[in-house]
Design a protein around this ligand. Structure first.
Ligand code: DOR
Ligand code: ZN
Length: 425
């Protein structure tokens, strides 16, 4: 029997197991253990802190292989553990893309050697993510892929998407979708509205997202296989997911912190650090996303952590790449806006980073019962501070959050029974 540790005096919030109470939490040999059995344990006083299962981010661009000048396996997962995450799901738009077993296996092998947390990897739905020909899902699964998506792009052909769902069902892989109709999008670089008109920039209409969400609800019912909407951005899409769920369609959705916090007005203030895909929308959309989180239509918060260099982001709204980082900002930002802002209770918020992602993945992550892997995060939910982006561990620092006043943050992250970020208690 190895060395045991007891965390004493903290408030354990574990939504998967329906727990919210002050109690001792113990781990030994990398797994959760009953505190009463942990004789001779080291005792760490965590009173005043919240203990939660390690957070799970369903939407991370690791950039490795192929764009390690932006981020790599080490920097991305270091940012993750500093943000409170112990599991991240890597998107397939690496270079080369994760559309074949070799690339998926390479990423997962290097993750075991180099990552600071657990890395799960998506496989592409289509060859090259071009939306023309489906990849070999059984082979991707055998190589370790746990989810399918073409994130960054979207299969345009409904018949091909239906076939993708049928094949995913045959091998039991969840499907998650970046919902974007290319023809309707027509090269829009921000939301289509008064701000895009004022700035003279090509805009993306609501229909760009709404058409694909509606299509996918229909296809999910047809294939009888769940579909998860990535980075939902419009009020119309939230309402369609709500109605699909009411009709028994297994459709889920995630929201990104930038869509929770910002609107298209941010483009005027932050320029390309407010350029992402899908774009920032209007206040009515932001409020619809908050309501979707509150009423349980949206069950996950996922960062869409998308590192790009300062030089790339300096290229201007029309040509700079879309996306911002989020791993080290999401917990302070969302504790402030959602929990202290009165939108979600603390257990509801923690559920969006544990139970919600777990249900999409269908994997045993995000819970702390005895025998579970000892992945957990300590939160100081009242710590007042200003975000200092220069202190982030990501290789790229592209985001608009520098200097934002926040209340609450992660103050320690345990991964497989070892402190990836030592507790500040
Ligand atoms: O903003 C985005 N950035 N949206 C995407 O779909 C892709 C991502 C990226 O890879 O940079
Ligand atoms: Zn995307």
């Amino acid at each position: 029997m190895g060395h045991a540790t007891i965390l004493r005096g903290g408030r354990l919030i574990d939504p998967v197991n329906g727990i919210d109470e002050i109690r001792d939490v113990a781990f030994r040999d990398g797994v959760m253990a009953p505190p009463e059995s942990a004789g001779g344990a080291e005792i760490l006083d965590v009173s005043g802190l919240v203990i939660a299962p390690g957070f799970v981010d369903l939407h991370v661009h690791l950039r490795d292989p192929g764009q390690t000048h932006k981020e790599d396996m080490g920097t991305c997962t270091l940012a993750a553990v500093h943000g409170g995450f112990t599991t991240v799901l890597g998107m397939p738009n690496t270079r080369p893309p994760a559309d074949c077993p070799e690339v998926v296996a390479d990423i997962l092998e290097r993750a075991v050697a180099q990552a600071h947390c657990q890395v799960l990897q998506t496989g592409a739905l289509s060859v090259g993510r071009w939306g023309k020909e489906l990849t070999d899902y059984a082979a991707l699964k055998a190589a370790g892929a746990t989810v399918l998506t073409d994130d960054g792009s979207c299969i345009q052909d409904a018949a091909l998407m239906l076939q993708a769902l049928q094949r995913a069902k045959a091998c039991g892989l969840p499907v998650i979708e970046h919902c974007e109709d290319d023809a309707v999008c027509a090269g829009g670089v921000m939301h289509h509205g008064t701000v895009s008109e004022r700035l003279g920039l090509p805009g993306q209409r609501y229909a760009t997202e709404d058409l694909i969400v509606a299509r996918d609800a229909v296809l999910s019912a047809e294939a009888d296989w769940p579909i998860h909407v990535q980075h939902i951005s419009t009020a119309g899409a939230v309402e369609m997911v709500r109605r699909a769920q009411a009709r028994g369609i297994r459709m889920t959705a995630e929201a990104a912190p930038h869509h929770i916090l910002l609107t298209d007005e941010a483009v005027e203030k932050y320029g390309t650090n407010a350029k992402m895909n899908p774009p920032l929308r209007e206040e009515t959309d932001r409020l619809a996303i908050l309501e979707g989180l509150r009423d349980g239509t949206i069950t996950a918060i996922a960062t869409d952590h998308a590192p790009h260099t300062a030089e790339e982001k300096a290229a201007g709204m029309e040509t700079a790449p879309a996306g911002i980082i989020g791993l080290e900002a999401v917990v302070p930002l969302c504790l402030t806006a959602l929990v202290h802002g009165g939108v979600l209770t603390l257990p509801q918020f923690i559920s969006t980073l544990t139970r919600g992602p777990r249900e999409v993945l269908g994997l045993p992550v995000g819970s702390l019962e005895t025998g579970a892997v000892a992945d957990l995060v300590l939160l100081d939910v009242d710590h007042e501070h200003e975000l200092c982006v220069a202190d982030f561990h990501s290789r790229s620092l592209n985001c608009p959050y520098d200097g934002w006043s926040c209340r609450g943050r992660a103050v320690g992250t345990l991964f497989h029974g070892c402190w990836a970020v030592s507790p500040r208690v």
